[in-house]
Design a protein. Structure first.
Length: 158
């Protein structure tokens, strides 16, 4: 993983994001929320869990709940032959593994270039995104980790 900085001056404030790819879309996870990035690992199914919960995994002796971002973002099923990576995030002392297709660079982006989520974006995606950044040839949607991990059937479950 490399670190890239947007073009900004010392007076600008910048936010850091770990870039991840789910399907063909790139997302940004706030760098301060990321505890670890791991390659594909064994996941144990959890009976009666919500469909977004792929199961649990063992990370250095800690049980971590694995969330399938393709399912959470309603992007279709991952084929069992497709590789995935896990981005480990912390929420109130509990660890969660976000299952993603690929992990890119750490990006430091100027707050001045942050844009709100467009009204044309699906309501479901607007509910889990905190806006976007326009990068060369792609959009980076910023994930709201609290909303992504809110699996309890909130108002965003439309």
């Amino acid at each position: 993983m490399t670190v890239q900085a947007d073009h900004f001056t010392a007076a600008d404030e910048a936010d850091g994001f770990v870039s991840i790819r789910v399907g063909e879309q790139w997302f940004g996870v706030p760098v301060l929320r990321v505890q670890d990035v791991i390659a594909e690992t064994a996941i144990n199914r959890v009976p009666l869990a919500p469909p977004e919960v792929a199961g649990s995994l063992n990370l250095r002796g800690r049980i971590v709940t694995a969330i399938d971002l393709r399912r959470r973002l309603r992007m279709g099923e991952r084929q069992e032959t497709e590789p995935c990576m896990s981005v480990i995030v912390d929420r109130a002392g509990e660890l969660y593994a976000l299952l993603v297709d690929d992990v890119g660079d750490v990006l430091w982006l100027s707050n001045a270039s942050h844009e709100p989520a467009p009204v044309t974006m699906s309501a479901h995606w607007r509910g889990v995104c905190d806006g976007l950044y326009r990068l060369e040839g792609k959009l980076l949607l910023v994930l709201n980790i609290e909303q992504v991990l809110n699996l309890g059937g909130s108002a965003h479950a439309a």
